[in-house]
Design a protein around this ligand. Structure first.
Ligand SMILES: [Zn+2]
Length: 79
């Protein structure tokens, strides 16, 4: 069993010039202002800049408010 783990899978995007799905060459991952990730690259046929928005899988900032749990009070043991 061989796994092509080392091979980078080219992302696919839609080229508006070729009106077809194409592999995105020179693809670079970019994070947009809203925190979403996108792939920016070029069409291998005509060189048009392609942009593919990946899902909103951006790592959210530490917005999870940790509940402040009081330290458990251990009753003093009289020894
Ligand atoms: Zn194209």
């Amino acid at each position: 069993m061989k796994r092509r783990s080392s091979k980078f899978v080219m992302p696919e995007g839609y080229c508006v010039k070729c009106k077809a799905k194409k592999e995105i060459v020179d693809a670079v991952e970019e994070t947009m202002k809203n925190g979403r990730k996108a792939i920016k690259g070029k069409c291998p046929t005509c060189g048009t800049v392609m942009f593919k928005i990946l899902g909103g899988k951006a790592t959210p900032p530490a917005a999870v408010s940790a509940p402040v749990t009081p330290a458990p009070v251990t009753p003093p043991t009289a020894n």
